[in-house]
Design a protein around this ligand. Structure first.
Ligand code: SF4
Length: 155
């Protein structure tokens, strides 16, 4: 089972109220067992909401509000729900395909906390949680790598 960012599947959970629908990710979801996640709405942040970025180990929204607790709690809730669903299906969580550069879902590169579009090396809060559990995380930008891996494994 793969975890996939809901916004990449067309769910309107993005801060703006829209989504980040990605055709390649949607096709991947059609061919594999998946479970949609959105750590920010799971953390009871509203839609729409001000954009947020990681800064110095915490997360702040554009209005200066510290939203770290919602990000951490939402990530924990997604993790718990995903583990319960994997158990129910009798499957293993093989990996995740999450939204690039997001403060929750980004992998390897995230926005730098200045709300200027600049990026720095780093991972989102949920991504960190998955990596700590040894679950590999890809984004829509690195989906091809995962597809190659799956093909090689013949899965
Ligand atoms: S938290 Fe992740 S899944 Fe939810 S809107 Fe942001 S990038 Fe998409």
């Amino acid at each position: 089972m793969y975890l996939i960012s809901g916004c990449l599947l067309g769910h309107n959970c993005k801060y703006s109220g829209g989504n980040n629908l990605c055709g390649d990710v949607k096709s991947f979801a059609e061919e594999h067992s998946f479970f949609a996640v959105c750590p920010e709405t799971a953390g009871e942040l509203p839609v729409p909401r001000p954009p947020a970025e990681r800064l110095g180990g915490r997360v702040f929204d554009k209005d200066g509000q510290d939203v770290t607790y919602a990000f951490v709690r939402g990530s924990e809730k997604c993790m718990e729900a995903a583990e319960a669903e994997a158990r129910r299906r009798g499957e293993k969580i093989e990996g995740a395909v999450l939204k690039a550069r997001s403060p929750s879902c980004g992998r390897g590169v995230i926005y730098d906390g200045t709300f200027t579009g600049r990026t720095i090396p780093g991972d989102g809060v949920f991504t960190e949680m998955l990596l700590e559990r040894g679950i590999p995380v890809y984004t829509e930008d690195t989906l091809k790598e995962l597809e190659e891996l799956v093909k090689r494994r013949g899965a």
